[in-house]
Write a protein that binds this ligand. Sequence first.
Ligand SMILES: [Zn+2]
Length: 365
Amino acid sequence: MFSEKDLKSLLDYSSDGRVLSVYLNTDPTVVQTEAAKIQLRNLLKTVDLPEDVQVVEQFINFEYDWTGKGLAVFSNHSADYFHTYQFGVSVPDRVFIADRPVVRPLVRLTDTFMGWGVVLVDKQGARLFSFDLGELKEMEEITGDEVKQTKRGGGNAMHGRMGGSDPSGKVENIIERNIKDVIEYATEFFKRYHIRRIMIGGTDDNIARFKDELPKAWQSLVVSEFSMSMTAGHQEVLEQATRVALAAQERISQALVNQAITLAAKGSNGVTGLIDTLNAIHEGRVKTLLVLQDFEESGFRCSGCGYLTVQELETCPFCKASFDRIDNAVELAIQETLIKNAEAKVLEENEALATAGHIAAILRY
Ligand SMILES: [Zn+2]
């Protein structure tokens, strides 16, 4: 399973050779094995690294077990470097050659699909799942005391709560006790699995009850709610979780793009366009970088301090060293952002961001 540690080790990797990065969609519901192999062969046609091409094809043809929906392979044959990762979600087919592994598709993947907790809740108990890079794992179910509804016709749940059909409040007491147990179990699970965002399925009533009882710190991590039956099957929960994660990513990214553009227009803590964004990254001011998936530009990197720029300069304005020509200034900008512990969001497409120069950032100051 791919982790943030893996992403970090890819970011840390450096060598003198060229690194081939391959991303392949192997989702069996979308592409058949043979078609994926042909697609890979076509992608590799343009790659002038024969030994790396060979080890990648060797892996795909003889070692890959095709259980994942997406695959990433990194190879630098001259340095004996070869790493593969598979995911429960698909990745777009892409091939890159650079002096480091290209991580942009992974940034999008981890940002969208990592660290989710899924909660299905009813009056009696809850089902908890971790949802990480497309892998949905269910924990042991928690079931409290059965909630026996008094005779039908005596009123709906609302009446029950108000004491109409449940004068002694017995039913409500059981529900209260159950929800307390569920909350204790759920928060323990969130902690143990490093859950960073939560989606809740159930009826409106049960979701509201769960959320009300949830401690504030966890409440703020609830990103989405949806209606779902407690008896939903694994596939149904998986599909819903995938939809919710993608929609949440879209919504959050759009809000951040708007924020960056507005701040930049006010001359406040925002920048748009490559030149200004590269400068802000170098100065360590970037809080959140926003960039379109397919945006790339050539440029220059200072051999001394690593300053990235698209303007040809004699010497570096920061350290006076000379520049090397680079063909992936945007990818390097993303990596630099992550190395500096800022957040990077890769967007599939976004009109506002495209108009603003394909890249933008919200700044710390
Ligand atoms: Zn410099």
